[in-house]
Design a protein around this ligand. Structure first.
Ligand code: UD1
Ligand code: UDP
Length: 412
């Protein structure tokens, strides 16, 4: 009998990490009936990903409201999922990571006594307010899950120490499956890569500025700092300090481009307008201020974002997923957070934590831009997070097959 698998996700990063699994399960039609439910916790940023992976949801709860709070999101999902579960009668509900979509959907499945599979299980900072609310979200989902799909041996160890009731399978992270898919596409199709340059130009950033560096070294930017930020615990003063550091770095280094695809959350955009006051030129994609080397652009499609990341010199971010992708591309990552639930790349030396401290951000970015040896030491391509086989392993577990264990030798 085919197993009925219901996948539930709702934000951009969950979609990037779950779409390759949707594809894998849909391919195995003899074994699975695959049902996709999106909560729509994100709207535009979710739809961007569904489009790129060509995934058409069977159910869309469409819950997003401007300025939603955590209670709004939780309540709407719990309500919506009750009917979805009654209707679909899945054998297993798969949720991902640490968002409110993930925890609320897992709780709804628990109330209906349907087993939950947790993809990306066992990441921990052990500090429930950092990141907030994600650390508690993943701990709760971890208590509920029957199947824990841990990306690394370290996340398996975290769950073993907590005596998780479910079984643990070390699969690698599905983000690396997604990354492999798009990197292969871009490598094998030069026209596609060219097309990404055009899309980026329309979005407000001309990547050819990086390529003209040998022609006009005195004016052309030589390096690219790629920036993203959206963590709730950084809202307010944290963002003000981060943005002040970026503004001053862009003045200090006129030959370096700073590109910031902005998250759609108004709490992220408000301080950008406060710190970078010359917003008229920004909205025309002309860069900021006199130096014109700071570019605020709209969120990018996954393909364009990976393409841009592959051209970056440094990645400055508070994102979770980017901490996993950038080391795979050999890009040093400075993480604007005090803690990380992804210490594997810290141990490998490709990731440093800089928090939201003005001095630390300015100093670490400056070191990487000025000191070739320091840069070299951080820019190794390492990938402790997966081998591109995570989705196949998860599907094998769900099909009741023997499964090999993902093992990357880290020194943790
Ligand atoms: C959510 C997740 C976070 C994840 C992040 C990825 C929770 C509590 N937070 O945070 O773990 O790292 O997504 O990006 O689950 N908005 C839009 N369009 C969109 C997306 C967002 O307009 O496509 C705006 C809306 O005003 C919305 C706000 O952003 O109310 C916040 O969205 P929400 O999902 O609540 O929080 P994120 O900060 O995106
Ligand atoms: N990303 C994207 N477009 C962008 C910025 C990021 O496609 O403009 C991708 C990025 O490659 C990564 C994911 O979005 O896979 C990370 O999402 P986000 O930082 O919003 O969430 P987090 O990973 O912190 O939960």
């Amino acid at each position: 009998m085919k197993k009925r698998i219901l996948l539930v996700f709702g934000t951009r990063p969950e979609a990037i990490k779950m779409c390759p699994l949707v594809k894998e399960l849909q391919k195995r039609t003899e074994e699975f009936k695959t049902i996709v439910c999106v909560t729509g916790q994100h709207r535009e940023m979710l739809d961007q990903v569904l489009k790129i992976f060509d995934v058409k949801p069977d159910i869309d709860l469409n819950i997003m409201k401007q300025g939603q709070d955590l209670t709004d999101v939780t309540v709407r999902i719990l309500n919506g999922m009750r009917d979805v579960l009654k209707e679909c009668k899945p054998d297993v509900v798969l949720v991902h990571g640490d968002t409110t979509t993930s925890t609320a959907a897992a709780l709804a499945a628990f109330y209906a006594q349907i087993p939950v599979g947790h993809v990306e299980a066992g990441l921990r900072t052990h500090n429930i307010y950092s990141p907030w609310p994600e650390e508690m979200n993943r701990q709760i989902t971890g208590r509920i899950a029957t199947y824990n799909f841990s990306p690394t041996p370290l996340s398996e160890k975290n769950l073993q120490e907590e005596k998780a009731h479910g079984n643990i399978y070390v699969t690698g992270n599905t983000v690396i499956d997604a990354l492999h898919m798009v990197v292969e596409k871009l490598k094998n199709d030069t026209a596609l890569a060219e097309e990404q340059n055009k899309v980026l130009l329309e979005a407000g950033y001309d990547v050819s500025r990086l390529e003209t560096l040998n022609l006009k070294p005195e004016t052309a930017p030589k390096k690219l700092v790629l920036i993203t930020g959206h963590r709730r615990e950084n809202f307010g003063n944290g963002f003000i300090r981060m943005l002040s550091a970026m503004r001053d770095l862009s003045i200090k280094y006129p030959n370096v481009d700073f590109v910031y695809p902005m998250h759609l959350n108004p709490n992220v955009r408000r301080p950008i307008h406060e710190i970078f006051t010359d917003m008229d030129s920004l909205s025309k994609g002309e860069g900021w201020g006199e130096a014109s080397n700071f570019f605020f652009i709209e969120p990018l499609q996954y393909l364009e974002f990976v393409h841009l990341m592959s051209k970056a010199t440094i990645v400055l971010t508070d994102s979770g997923g980017i901490q996993e992708e950038a080391p795979g591309l050999g890009k040093p990552v400075l993480v604007m957070r005090d803690t990380t639930e992804r210490p594997e790349a810290l141990a490998s030396g490709t990731v440093h934590l800089v928090g939201t401290d003005y001095e630390k951000i300015v100093n670490e970015v400056s070191t990487l831009l000025d000191d070739a040896a320091a840069y070299e030491a951080m820019s190794k391509a390492v990938n402790p997070y997966g081998d591109g086989q995570a989705c196949r392993r998860i599907a094998d577990v769900l099909a009741g097959k023997e499964v090999d264990k993902y093992s990357y030798k880290t020194n943790i």
